[in-house]
Write a protein that binds this ligand. Structure first.
Ligand code: ZN
Length: 261
């Protein structure tokens, strides 16, 4: 797992708070009376205890904001679950603990990384999904919610079909992901990326990040992706500031997957 920090978190614009306020303000104007502006946060690669994870949970707990947590089943143990759950046990209604792959490994030889990609057969996919689901259900019991976030936000058509057969409520990928979902399965897609941004130039990264937010909020479904292992102090400060602004706006509804299902 690479944990490097994206360039934007090493170079803050001087007027960051103003720019963020302005961005949210414009987005809300565009939202108008069209909808209720649902926003969810999804934290990926969860399972191992650590300072960054504790800090993340602390922000959401203090601000009383819901968070979807994508847990890698093979990384989770009883002890680890006790620790993770202990960080937010008193506010359990805020969290949506769900499944993030099985082992978070890439099985594709060419092309983009995928754990549940087209090169794998349906039986292997089914076995890995069931294995993961069973482990999370055993450890988390009622705290587990049947949504699947595929590692790297991608998966094959057979994965979507197996998810449907196994009774998952939804998959969570990136906006515009293919193949499209069908039937009972919905896609709670993310459309804002905070910590895996590729722009080498921070100015461009910030411009793109604000564009993502400004487009996602009026679309009525804004999904913000978090990678806590890649957060530095600046990334934590920004997240806290952003949440602080969002909670002040009554027209926005901060939710997790359970509220959306
Ligand atoms: Zn991941």
């Amino acid at each position: 797992m690479q944990n490097e920090v994206s360039p934007i978190w090493r170079s803050f614009p001087a007027d960051l708070v103003d720019r963020t306020e302005r961005c949210i303000h414009i987005a809300l104007e565009q939202l108008g009376n069209k909808g209720s502006g649902h926003i969810f946060f999804r934290a990926d690669d969860v399972a191992a205890p650590g300072r960054n994870f504790a800090k993340l949970m602390d922000i959401f707990r203090r601000q009383r904001v819901p968070l979807c947590l994508a847990v890698v089943p093979a990384w989770l143990t009883g002890r680890r679950w006790q620790y993770l759950n202990g960080l937010g046990a008193k506010e359990s209604s805020l969290w949506c603990w769900h499944q993030h792959g099985w082992r978070h490994v890439n099985h594709e030889i060419d092309g983009k990384k995928q754990e549940f990609g087209a090169s794998r057969n349906r039986l292997d996919i089914k076995r890995d999904l069931m294995q993961g689901k069973r482990r999370l259900e055993d450890l988390m019991e009622a705290e587990f919610f049947p949504v699947f976030t595929p590692p790297w936000n991608r998966c094959s058509l057979s994965t979507l079909q197996v998810l449907r057969d196994l009774g998952y409520v939804a998959v969570s990928r990136s906006r515009g992901s293919r193949p499209k979902v069908a039937g009972e399965l919905t896609d709670f897609f993310v459309n804002v990326d905070l910590h895996t941004r590729k722009e080498w130039e921070p100015t461009l990264g910030w411009r793109n990040l604000f564009n993502e937010l400004q487009q996602a909020i009026p679309s009525d479904r804004c999904g913000i992706m978090i990678h806590h292992q890649r957060m530095n102090a600046a990334a934590f400060d920004f997240l806290e500031m952003l949440i602080g602004i969002l909670v002040r706006h009554r027209e926005l509804q901060l939710v997790n997957f359970k509220h959306l299902a």
